[in-house]
Design a protein around this ligand. Structure first.
Ligand code: NAG
Ligand code: NAG
Ligand code: NAG
Ligand code: NAG
Ligand code: NAG
Ligand code: NAG
Ligand code: NAG
Ligand code: NAG
Ligand code: NAG
Ligand code: NAG
Length: 544
């Protein structure tokens, strides 16, 4: 929003009790409705995917047995923007993935009797699947193995991707996954000592026409404040670039990973709760840690170059009752839009399964990750199903639509003078529960074309009593002669709902019983008067 901590705080919150006894509040947004300075542009593939290499074929299937659930769910997303979600194939298993040109199976995972996944070998069928089963024009980022420090192995996988995909389909290569977590951890210069010659030699070997490497792919959160001891010696995009990471002119993108919560150990497991997850103040303060890095990278590499190339809510494969819920859908919606508002170009939500070697003290073993948006097949820890969070990506992609000049701003709680979100301490009296984003379809700047309204207050389906609501007064954003707005809703019986078949986007479910296709009648409300009611644990997309 416009500069100054008070800029977007011209809003009123009125609390009252309705006849039914449920708590209702009204948040009046004051405008101005005009495109704010400091809005960000929105990439059509903002809502993208990272799929763990070892699980990629389980998700999309192979040429003789395609996974139609995954195919339909990805196609639904493309249908809404005209641009497919991008797919980064990578994660921990990329660092033990090898190429075998004569292997018949698309993928072979070496798993021992105790269930430990040691390594992954991919053959031509892997790329045939990626080439033929993803929506047309899906862009792929491939994560190469750095951990073995064997250049020939990384080159072979890179070459196989180039040969196996459509021309132009491979858009980026990463060297190593989370090299800042290797044992011993790599410094920026130690990482660059491999990254620079490898990226240069692969560029030459593959005859790449321009820079095609995505630097860093690091795991650690930034230390804060940024002058804290050790903050600048961490390996990340900025330090890797500063140490000469782009000295061979091979870098076009940078990626860092974000997982705010974790079940890798008991201490962090205790903090990974649903109320902590579904809180705008907490997620915005977390993402704000990256702002200095985002700004630095964009200044060095260009506007669409900072991506969150792997992320999810709870690391070490998620937590039942938290990352598999409708609350996660609200978290995903807010996280994606907030990250876009601070100029993250694309976010790749991670899909895969627990890896026994990730941590000796972790909660999850076997099956698929409890933060996946869907289970493409039956698994050890659950049947084939779609989780509520999938529908958040439908919401985002309908907000983006086919516009290629879209700009986004966080209207509530808005920004402080330094660009960070207004926090509870800074004056967000909704305590991180009400969130509003505006979308402007430039060159139209006077009024937004859409608003996203989020009510993050937790209401559980298991909870007694009436469901609270917040009414968003958006009158200031409606053009004078316009009489009504259209509204589509993201809904479930509560934040604790874990079934996609009990979650609706615009009245429709996208679940296994319809193989991921829309089921039910489309529901779109027409609302007059500028007052939009949103139930606790709910969100609405308003078309102006
Ligand atoms: C995002 O980038 C735009 C320029 O494209 C800039 O005006 C804006 O201030 C940036 N936002 C933040 C939070 O840095
Ligand atoms: C490659 O796959 C073929 C066919 O499965 C197998 O015979 C061969 O041993 C594999 N090569 C390596 C190096 O693993
Ligand atoms: C394709 O997938 C099916 C089902 O999982 C499996 O039985 C078959 O072996 C796979 N084929 C290849 C070539 O990987
Ligand atoms: C995978 O790991 C197993 C067990 O350590 C080993 O025997 C095998 O050689 C490894 N495969 C490759 C391709 O490195
Ligand atoms: C990269 O290529 C250079 C020049 O051909 C060569 O000296 C160097 O050994 C290569 N590096 C690797 C890791 O293969
Ligand atoms: C909804 O999905 C869950 C999980 O897959 C399943 O157990 C349940 O039977 C489904 N309910 C209906 C009504 O289809
Ligand atoms: C912005 O200012 C707030 C309040 O002083 C501070 O907590 C936050 O860390 C700052 N953010 C950045 C990115 O400098
Ligand atoms: C959300 O998190 C902030 C920061 O931790 C906290 O002050 C606030 O009370 C939380 N909101 C709710 C509803 O718990
Ligand atoms: C809702 O349920 C979650 C667990 O699923 C719990 O952590 C949370 O406290 C509940 N919230 C309310 C308001 O009851
Ligand atoms: C809050 C914020 O990011 N303010 C900036 C908006 O952009 C102008 C220039 O375009 C900067 O001067 C402000 O600091």
């Amino acid at each position: 929003m416009t500069p100054g901590p008070m800029a977007s705080r011209h809003a009123l919150l009125v609390l009252c009790s309705t006849l039914t006894g449920a708590l209702a509040s009204t948040l009046t947004l004051s405008g101005p409705a005009r495109l704010p300075l400091n809005s960000s542009s929105v990439h059509p593939a903002l809502a993208s995917f990272s799929i763990e290499t070892a699980f990629f074929i389980q998700f999309i299937g192979n040429a003789s047995a395609p996974n139609t659930l995954t195919r339909n769910l990805l196609q639904n997303l493309k249908d809404r923007t005209g641009t497919p979600a991008e797919v980064r194939i990578g994660g921990i298993t990329a660092d033990s993935t090898y190429w075998n040109a004569s292997q018949e199976a698309a993928v072979v995972n070496f798993v021992d009797a105790a269930g430990t996944l040691f390594n992954t070998t991919i053959g031509p069928g892997f790329w045939e699947a990626a080439r033929t089963l993803l929506p047309d024009d899906t862009k792929i980022t491939m994560n190469l193995d750095l951990h073995d420090f064997k250049y020939e192995g990384a080159l072979a996988v890179a070459q196989s991707a180039m040969d196996g995909l459509e021309p132009g389909q491979l858009v980026a290569l990463e060297i190593g996954n989370e090299p800042d977590h290797y044992s011993p951890r790599l410094s920026a210069s130690a990482y660059d000592a491999s990254f620079v010659p490898w990226s240069k030699n692969i560029t030459d070997a593959l005859d790449l026409l321009g820079p095609m490497f995505q630097i860093a792919a690091t795991a650690e959160d930034p230390l804060w404040p940024y002058d804290a001891p050790g903050a600048s010696s961490a390996l990340d995009c900025v330090s890797a670039l500063a140490a000469g990471g782009n000295s061979a002119s091979t870098v076009n993108l940078c990626s860092e990973h974000t997982y705010q919560y974790s079940v890798c150990d008991p201490v962090r497991t205790a903090v990974a709760t649903l109320p902590n997850l579904v809180n705008h103040t907490r997620l915005a303060m977390y993402l704000d840690l990256w702002q200095p890095r985002i700004q630095s990278v964009r200044a060095q590499l260009g506007p669409d170059t900072f991506v969150i190339g792997e992320y999810n809510s709870v690391s070490c494969s998620g937590k039942a009752g938290v990352s598999d819920t409708f609350g996660q859908a609200l978290w995903l919606l807010d996280t994606t839009l907030y990250a876009a508002s601070i100029n993250v170009s694309r976010l790749y939500i991670h899909q895969g399964g627990p890896l026994a070697l990730q941590s000796s003290t972790q909660l999850n073993h076997g099956g698929l990750s409890r933060y996946d948006l869907w289970y493409p097949t039956d698994a050890l820890n659950g049947e084939k199903q779609v989780f509520p969070s999938y529908s958040a990506y439908l919401f985002i992609n309908e907000a983006i639509g086919t516009s290629r000049t879209l700009r986004l701003a966080n209207l509530w709680p808005g920004r402080q003078a330094n660009g960070s979100s207004i926090t509870t301490a800074g004056g967000d009296f909704t305590r991180g529960q009400s969130v509003v984003y505006g979308f402007w379809d430039v060159p139209k700047k006077d009024f937004p074309t859409k608003l996203a309204l989020l009510n993050l207050e937790i209401f559980n389906q298991t909870q007694a009593g009436p469901r609270p609501t917040t009414t968003f007064d958006i009158s200031a954003f409606i053009p004078p002669r316009q009489r009504s707005v259209r509204v589509r809703r993201l809904q479930a019986a509560g934040a604790d709902v874990t079934f996609g078949n009990a979650t609706t986007w615009a009245g429709q479910t996208f679940a296994v019983n319809s193989d991921g296709l829309a089921m039910g009648e489309l529901v779109e409300e027409v609302v007059k008067g500028g007052y939009i009611e949103v139930e606790a644990s709910g969100a609405a997309l308003v078309f102006l």
